[in-house]
Design a protein around this ligand. Structure first.
Ligand SMILES: *Cc1c(COP(=O)(O)O)cnc(C)c1O
Length: 425
């Protein structure tokens, strides 16, 4: 039976005509989802990349419980609250040095929308006509109309094409063709009408876990500075340790003009996002003229309970050996990936810190590749939550993962290649 026959719920990225009835998850614990049949499913993709330390980290859960004793939502204009103030201070301390202001919202998409509006406001309020946004081929920045405009065009957004605004796209820096990307950015910069380069640092997530080296990010920043464009780092996925450092920008030694963070900001416990910016951007909105204020808000901006979870996450980073965990996890991945590098059934075996990806060598690639659903079912049967992006299999587990759990996932990936090679049936 199909899911829609039993439930009115319309699930995201789900073809209800084809997908099976979804099992109910009744509990989460560490690296696991426990379903209604009592199966412990290994969450190898951190529940769509949000869970960092592990499900229900005790420090974060306790902070949430405590916050609910005093808060629900409060308006965030006219009033402020300690959790937001302390979280903003904490973020500025641990983010690349020089980001001085924090704007709160509630999802990765809105943090990017805020960044785009900050960038355009920055130039508009100074009387400069720079409004073009530059993005990288294969990028993903969210599913709102604005962020879809900035993301790669394809089957995901074809029906909405007419609503999307035009952007400039630089090629992804494929090995051997890095200079093409740099030259394209330089050419666009030289024209003088571009406001910002919006970029996922080091790893392009939903676009296929495509990885590029940090020295190129350093170059991108050099070029945007040269032409007085802003660099917006979309660290929604890469932040909070995923690529091995707290933020991916650290590896390039750059400070973006604007930085977007969300997914791991609360350790994945509650929805919250923050857009950090350099003082000049805030100051361009400072005026005795009210028409120059930053015109943006979400109802749940800086939700106090979510901010308390964010503060607790900061304390986990301060007080627990998270960085050691990241290094260990990166090493465990590297060891286990070795066997796949020589395996002709896989291509582009790659890693950035805690994120690994391999391309299955199949006839039809791309997101709608028919191997996608077959692979998902294959992993589901083994109590593994792995959702390949088309023929791209990736792992992005929570940091509490053990060597034995990783072994199980890698073993299944090795078997999966034989499974999809067999005719369907
Ligand atoms: C997930 C993601 C987003 C969108 O975040 P949502 O919370 O789903 O709106 C934006 N940018 C990147 C790089 C992401 O991975």
């Amino acid at each position: 039976m199909n899911a829609f026959a039993q439930s009115p719920v319309w699930h995201p990225f789900t073809q209800h005509r084809l997908d099976p009835v979804f099992k109910k998850v009744v509990k989460t614990d560490g690296a696991y989802l426990i379903d209604e049949d009592g199966h412990a499913i290994f969450d190898a993709i951190s529940s769509w990349w949000v869970i960092t330390h592990g499900h229900r980290h005790p420090t974060i859960m306790e902070a949430i419980r405590n916050a609910t004793e005093r808060f629900d939502q409060i308006i965030f204009a006219e009033y402020t609250h300690a959790a937001a103030e302390e979280l903003a201070q904490g973020l500025i301390q641990i983010a690349p040095a020089g980001l001085g202001h924090v704007f709160f919202s509630d999802s990765g998409s809105t943090s990017v929308e805020v960044a785009l509006k900050m960038a355009l406001g920055f130039f508009h309020n100074r009387g400069l006509s720079r409004a073009r946004i530059v993005v990288m081929e294969h990028s993903y920045h969210g599913d709102t109309v604005g962020t879809m405009s900035a993301g790669a065009r394809g089957v995901f957004n074809a029906p909405y094409e007419q609503l999307l605004f035009d952007v400039e796209t630089i090629p992804f820096p494929e090995p051997g063709r890095e200079q093409d990307s740099l030259d394209a950015l330089d050419r666009i910069g030289r024209r003088g009408d571009a406001a910002a380069l919006l970029i996922e640092p080091l790893v392009l997530g939903a676009g296929g876990m495509k990885i590029y080296p940090s020295h190129l990010l350093t170059e991108f920043k050099r070029i945007t500075s040269r032409w007085n464009m802003l660099l917006i780092a979309d660290e929604v996925m890469t932040g909070w340790g995923r690529t091995g450092t707290l933020f991916a920008c650290e590896q390039a030694g750059i400070v973006p003009d604007i930085l977007c963070t969300s997914k791991g900001l609360t350790g994945g416990a509650l929805p919250l996002a923050a857009t950090l910016c350099q003082p000049a951007i805030f100051e361009a909105h400072l005026s005795t003229d009210r028409s120059r204020m930053f015109f943006h808000s979400s109802s749940y901006t800086a939700n106090p309970i979510a901010c308390a979870a964010g503060l607790a996450n900061l304390s986990v980073w301060r007080n627990e050996p998270v960085r050691n965990c990241l290094a260990k996890l990166a090493d465990m991945h590297a060891e286990r990936l070795m066997r796949f590098r020589a395996d002709p059934r896989f291509a582009n075996v790659r890693q950035a810190g805690t994120v690994v990806a391999l391309d299955l060598d199949v006839q039809s690639a791309g997101y709608l590749s028919e191997v996608g659903p077959r692979l998902r079912a294959f992993f589901r049967d083994r109590d593994l939550l792995v959702r390949p992006l088309g023929n791209v299999i990736y792992l992005m587990p929570p940091y509490c993962v053990t060597a034995a759990e990783l072994d199980r996932a890698y073993e299944a990936i090795a078997e999966a290649a034989d499974f999809v090679a067999r005719p369907e049936g």
